[in-house]
Design a protein around this ligand. Structure first.
Ligand SMILES: Cc1cc2nc3c(=O)[nH]c(=O)nc-3n(C[C@H](O)[C@H](O)[C@H](O)COP(=O)(O)OP(=O)(O)OC[C@H]3O[C@@H](n4cnc5c(N)ncnc54)[C@H](O)[C@@H]3O)c2cc1C
Length: 581
């Protein structure tokens, strides 16, 4: 019997791409009924020279480009002042050919190592409970080595276009099964390759296009504006006045690291101690809409250096008296009175650098808005515009990006109506590695032909902590309470979600219907407490049923999520108890 060839292309060799590769190899190697019929040809494309994704950092300073676009309604015939008055969108992205990791010096995981690990592949015993970035990188490298994954990875190769092979176009095998074309760029040899695949996994990560909230007059700010993905190390900011916008995982951690740089050198007013120079003080403001509980100056030495302030209202251009421009803040009476916010007033004229820790866009630069199926499936609400990518990577233009990702199927894993493309780890408030792994296993089962009975429509299990699945209307007019619930949970939660619904956004949505819609879509991917385990068990049950049909014993490990994981997840204070923050 001639075996059919199953060709699978995976984009990215971060944690998600690696576990997808491992699961595919395992299913094809261990399941006779699969490998008797089909030969797996799988290729992972990876821009970098090594596995690891965001955990692979090179300790180089990160450069960023900043552009601003006024909304299209502000035509050039309008008077200058009127244009200045309009809100504008700012962009912060790397120069052409660069793609620094958003990780930074001093980062430790915000999940304990046992919870974070893949099933069946624990961290070494000597690893601290909340490891630093380098140890996660080492873990992912050893995962790749243990399963001999690197031979399937094409490093230094960037995927630049992915589309459905048009009907009638000659396919490489002549088979109608070849559906996706992947165009990749071998960056070392500067060669473009075009290949067809049956299945595709875009596991290119969610942390490369930083989102900056629209702010009136921001382009007139004369200082530096960066997104947190370009923050590298606290010592780069010595002697500067820094405004960090956002107080969640990244904003909170970056503020803490900046503040820690002052410890032992300055008093809380910035007066030097122990012979340090006044010029070395880092003056830190952190802008958000709610009080941040972990900045408790009684329990740490750094909290006193962080001035908590309200959200930015708008920015005024520099003048003779205010050479650094003026950042105007919104009134926040409650926090002003209760927590002493905005003690310097509602105007800041001393800011050197604004760091926006305000979340990320989903970005698929290789899905071009004019290509099939993306021209029909608007999976994101916008695309990369030429104007925003000045001096950045031009090949990305017309690629899809947006704050929300829609058009996922009922399993929140495949494209609606097309299970030949998988979008792993799209949900928020979930533990990424094990979630990626269970989704990868299901995808491998499906593409290996082990789930032929899987119905086209599947209802995910209802759960009291997952109210978002109960409201399935696209025009969902989410109320503010729901949004603040996202914020609150994220604050207690674990990792930066793919897109952080920030407090800034939350406020913005009060007046902006489009953003309300985006948030409503974001909410549908938001897992409430414990739902990730219900979801994982549901995927496991689909595979267990298949195992039964094929008379295969399901290993304990894949039956259901262990109880200790649930208990660990409930212990939201563990990091604070362990690390003190
Ligand atoms: C600051 C920060 C802190 C975090 N802390 C934690 C934590 O403590 N615990 C935790 O579990 N998670 C944490 N995360 C989440 C983390 O992103 C996930 O854990 C996980 O590493 C995501 O893996 P990934 O493979 O999906 O994406 P990535 O790690 O981003 O990998 C994507 C890969 O795709 C490659 N790629 C992208 N585009 C292309 C292309 N066109 N062609 C070829 N290759 C391409 C990239 O080079 C990259 O290697 C954190 C994230 C950030 C940003």
């Amino acid at each position: 019997m001639t075996k059919e060839i199953t060709k699978i292309g995976i984009i990215g060799a971060g944690a998600t791409g690696l576990t997808q590769l491992q699961q595919l190899l395992e299913i094809w190697e261990t399941r006779k009924e699969v490998n008797e019929k089909s030969i797996l040809k799988v290729k992972v494309f990876e821009t970098k020279h090594e596995v690891g994704g965001v955990w692979l950092i090179d300790d180089q300073p990160k450069e960023s480009i900043r552009t601003h676009i006024q909304p299209s309604s502000s035509s050039s015939s309008k008077p200058h002042e009127e244009q200045q008055d309009r809100i504008e969108q700012a962009y912060s992205y790397p120069p052409e050919g660069q793609n620094p990791s958003p990780m930074y010096e001093g980062l430790r995981t915000n999940l304990p190592k046992d919870l974070m690990a893949f099933r069946n592949f624990p961290f070494p015993d000597e690893t601290p409970l909340f490891p630093e970035q380098a140890l996660i990188q080492r873990y992912l490298e050893s995962y790749a080595t243990h399963y001999d994954l690197r031979k399937h990875i094409k490093f230094s190769t960037r995927v630049e276009r992915v589309y459905l092979t048009s009907q009638g176009e000659e396919t490489e095998s002549g088979s109608s099964g070849r559906r996706w074309t992947i165009e990749s760029h071998d960056l070392k040899n500067d060669e473009i390759e075009k290949e067809e695949y049956d299945y595709v996994v875009p596991s290119n990560g969610h942390y490369c296009d930083g989102w900056i909230p629209p702010i009136r007059g921001l382009s007139s700010f004369p200082g530096e504006i960066i997104h947190s993905r370009f923050y590298h190390r606290a010592s780069d900011y010595i002697g500067k006045t820094v405004l960090v916008v956002g107080s969640f995982a990244s904003g909170g951690d970056i503020s803490r690291l900046l503040a820690t740089e002052n410890v032992g050198k300055f008093d809380s007013n910035g007066e030097p101690l122990n012979g340090y120079s006044k010029n070395d003080f880092i003056n830190i403001y952190m802008s958000s809409s709610g009080s941040v509980k972990y900045i408790n100056t009684e329990n740490n030495e750094w909290g006193k250096y962080i001035n908590q302030i309200s959200l930015i209202s708008h920015v005024s251009s520099p003048s003779k008296d205010n050479e650094k421009g003026i950042i105007h803040l919104k009134e926040d009476k409650e926090n002003q009175e209760q927590n002493g916010w905005n003690k310097d007033g509602l105007e800041l004229n001393n800011i050197d650098i604004i760091i926006f820790a305000t979340g990320y866009n989903y970005m698929y630069p290789f899905f071009k808005s004019q290509d099939k199926p993306w021209s029909d499936h608007k999976i994101t609400e916008t695309e990369i515009k030429e104007k925003e990518r000045q001096k950045g990577d031009q090949w990305e233009i017309n690629g899809l990006k947006g704050q929300a990702l829609t058009e996922l199927d009922d399993l929140l894993l495949f494209l609606k109506g097309d299970r030949t493309i998988a979008f792993p780890v799209m949900t928020y408030n979930t533990v990424p590695f094990p979630l990626a792994q269970i989704q990868a296993r299901l995808t491998a089962y499906l593409w290996a032909g082990l789930l032929d009975d899987l119905p086209e429509r599947i209802k995910l299990p209802p759960h009291p902590n997952n109210p978002y699945f109960n409201s399935h209307s696209d025009s969902d007019s989410s109320d503010q309470n729901d949004n603040s619930r996202i914020i609150e949970q994220d604050d207690k939660g674990t990792v930066d979600p793919p897109h952080q619904p920030t407090t800034t956004q939350e406020k913005e949505t009060k007046s902006k219907p489009r953003e309300r819609q985006v948030l409503a879509k974001v909410k549908k991917l938001y897992f409430g407490p414990h739902y990730e385990f219900v979801y994982a068990d549901f995927l496991s049950s689909i595979m267990t049923d298949s195992d039964k049909k094929h008379n295969v014993e399901t290993s304990e490990n894949w039956k259901s999520v262990e109880d200790w994981r649930r208990r660990r997840r409930e212990d939201t204070d563990l990091r604070k108890r362990t690390l003190g923050y």
